[in-house]
Design a protein. Sequence first.
Length: 71
Amino acid sequence: MSDKYCPNVARCPLYAEFNLTASLRTWQIRYCHSAYSACERYERQQRGESCSPRLLPSGEMLPEKAKLQTA
C-alpha cells in the first residue's frame, strides 16, 4: 500500500455506510487515498478518540437514512 493511503483504509467502518460505490469513491479519492491527515476520522483516532461510523472525513455526520441503493 502506498504511503499516501490512510493506514486505516482497510478497516474504516465508514465504508459499510455506503451501498453506492460512486459516493464512497468520492471520499476515498479526496481523503483515504491522498490527504488522509485532513480526515476528521483519522485525526480523532490519532488523538485516541472514538467516532461514529457515520462521521464523514469532512467532520459532518452522514444522516442515518443516507444509505443509497445501487441501481
